[in-house]
Design a protein around this ligand. Structure first.
Ligand code: ADP
Ligand code: MG
Length: 596
């Protein structure tokens, strides 16, 4: 089998989409000791992925060799396989990339006067010549998969591929906060990260308000050293967006560790909301098994249970909950001595149950995640042509509207379980779901504001800066006029940051960022289902998030108001996502129940 074919086949395993090429190139730049790394991407990586670093560079012969399979210069570190201090040691990334793209590399070592330029296309070296260039290495990967049309056609929409690239960029930039990174896409500067400390890096990636949203955690113990930041409970989100764990400088996914952190929040945050966290763990590489997953984002720890306990305790301590000493009752002293297990100790199979398909970064969530509801619940609503299709499908009477719209029921409403409001009307006993009712009210208000062109925007005393990932930012910039119609005054500040100066009444400032994120995410979901009324989508999403959740106790006046507002809606019987907002028990039904 010719080498080029073998390379193409193997390439598919290493490089399956632009983001994986980005990952390999960035990791190589870090391995080369770079202190400044530029990532330049065009068309979500389809046309160009370029990484420029100021690292050690390569000699003329190495420049040629590095594209040969297994030509790693790092293999002598193989006795250190567990160390993962070096980013990769397979020595096949560049060979794989060169097999499926047109690659131009310029590289110079600091002690040579001239560098070398090399052009490779589908594994064929087209040219190599000396060139004048700056110290370090620049590798441009053009027209990825140009020679494998099937794979090229398989690439997802640019917004999705860009999302993957951005995620890789964050995972690499976050723990390497001592290295400066920049990221351009189609000529736009998306990230410009100066070298600094971890907190500064988080702020650089997620916006300067991150600092106010996070608590510092730190714990130095023998089995694990922990350093990082965990989100304040009040900023927990309905999606698992900003959850980052790193072990020895590498991004990992570990459901057990994530659970350890989330457990520390139990009772502090509502169910199905998720805290942000950025946590760096240092573990003796000898006590780590990184090879259980080919992409090496999953690891296994020998001292797993102890590490969980320490991480949970450190998080609680950071949240001001308990001191570490309290938590780890089995050791009354604050000096904790966890004697590591013997070297020949075989780690038990991890017992954490998890869903292997779970990906906290996937935007297309199916089940389990906080946004899972949106799809199913919107389905009826969006499938039909009319805006309120579900009304007819519900076996509800239509009278209540005329009956109560002007005169609110006189009886004082009763609150049941902080969820249902019970009152009486001429036609019977009415039971109202407070959350769904509120969604209906807000939804109609927003739709009316949009239709009249006179939304009531409330100026914020202090404008709020919100930061988004690149694809959300792109989408938001498109939707700014739509948001404005609803009363959100939002202006772009560049670098994926926006300033919000006004909102509809009753939007909590602390929830603004997550409200906008969720709205954008719902919007993407709705558009995928070819739902064409974009304004209704935004109104629906905003209404759902502004609505009082069930569990919030309402005062009698508030209940009265809610009832009155509900009955002045055009479709009081259903929530905007098609759920029943209330039912009425008439005299006959009551009598039937009483029979016998
Ligand atoms: P690996 O990183 O696993 O060794 P790669 O195919 O990624 O394999 O890279 C092959 C070799 O090319 C590396 O071992 C390194 O010597 C060299 N190399 C790649 N990228 C760079 C870079 N940006 N700067 C210096 N040397 C590099
Ligand atoms: Mg590599």
């Amino acid at each position: 089998m010719p080498d080029s074919v073998a390379n193409q086949i193997a390439a598919g395993e290493v490089v399956d989409r632009p983001a994986s090429a980005v990952k390999e190139l960035l990791e190589n730049a870090l391995d080369a000791g770079a202190t400044e790394i530029q990532l330049i991407v065009k068309d979500a990586g389809r046309t160009l992925i370029q990484v420029i670093d100021n690292g050690c560079g390569m000699s003329d012969s190495d420049a040629r060799l590095c594209f040969e399979r297994h030509a790693t210069s790092k293999i002598h570190k193989a006795d250190d396989l567990f160390a993962i201090h070096t980013m990769g040691f397979r020595g096949e990334a560049l060979a794989s990339i060169a097999a499926v793209a047109q690659v131009e590399m310029k590289t110079r070592q600091c002690d040579s006067e001239l560098g070398t330029a090399i052009v490779i296309e589908g594994s064929d070296v087209k040219s190599q010549s000396p060139c004048a260039c700056t110290k370090g290495t620049s590798i441009a990967v053009k027209n990825l998969f140009f020679n494998i049309p099937a794979r090229r056609n398989f690439l997802k929409k640019d917004s999705i591929e860009l999302n993957h690239i951005e995620e890789i960029f964050k995972r690499i930039a976050l723990p390497n906060y001592g290295v400066a990174f920049s990221f351009h896409h189609n000529g736009r500067l998306l990230y410009d990260l100066k070298a600094g400390n971890f907190a500064q890096r988080i702020a650089g990636v997620f916006g300067s308000t991150s600092k106010e949203r996070l608590y510092h955690i730190e714990e130095q113990t023998e089995p694990v050293k922990i350093f990082g930041y965990v989100g304040k409970a009040e900023y927990a989100k309905r999606t698992r967006g900003e959850q980052y764990l790193f072990v020895n400088g590498r991004f990992i996914k570990h459901l057990g560790l994530s659970a350890a952190i989330e457990k520390a929040y139990s009772e502090l945050i509502p169910e199905r909301t998720y805290p942000a966290y950025f946590v760096l763990l240092e573990v003796d590489p000898q006590r780590l098994d990184v090879n259980i997953h080919p992409t090496k984002t999953e690891v296994r720890f020998i001292d797993e249970n102890i590490i969980f306990a320490i991480l949970r305790a450190a998080t609680k301590k950071g949240l001001g909950q308990f001191s570490l000493a309290n938590e780890l009752e089995f050791n009354p002293s604050t000096e904790i001595d966890f004697t590591p297990a013997a070297k020949d100790y075989v780690p038990p199979e991890p017992t954490v149950r998890y869903n292997p398909n779970y990906n906290p970064f996937s935007t297309e969530r199916s089940g389990g995640g906080g946004t899972a509801r949106s799809r199913d619940e919107y389905e009826h609503f969006f499938d039909s042509d009319s805006k309120e299709p579900v009304v007819e499908r519900l076996p509800l009477e239509a009278e209540p509207v005329s009956e109560v719209s002007s005169t609110a029921p006189s009886a004082t409403p009763i609150n049941y379980l902080n969820r249902y409001i019970i009152t009486t009307m001429k036609s019977g006993v009415v039971v109202i779901d407070q959350q769904r009712a509120h969604e209906r009210i807000l939804y109609e208000r927003l739709m009316a504001a949009r239709a009249s062109g006179r939304a009531t925007a409330q100026q914020l005393l202090f404008p709020v800066n919100c930061r988004f990932n690149a694809s959300d930012s792109e989408l938001l910039s498109e939707l700014l006029p739509d948001f404005e119609q609803l009363g959100f005054l939002i202006a772009p500040l560049g670098q994926n940051t926006y300033v919000v100066t006004a909102t509809p009444a009753d939007v909590k400032e602390s929830e603004l960022q997550s409200l906008l994120e969720q709205t954008l995410s719902d919007y993407k979901g709705n558009m995928m289902q070819k739902f064409s009324d974009r304004d209704a989508s935004i109104c629906l999403s905003v209404a759902r998030q502004m609505a009082l959740p069930s569990g919030v106790p309402l005062k009698p006046e508030e209940m009265q108001q809610l009832i009155a507002d509900l009955f002045s809606c055009q479709a009081p019987n259903v929530s905007p996502s098609g759920k029943r907002t209330m039912f009425i028990l008439g005299e006959q039904e009551l009598a039937e129940k009483m029979r016998g």
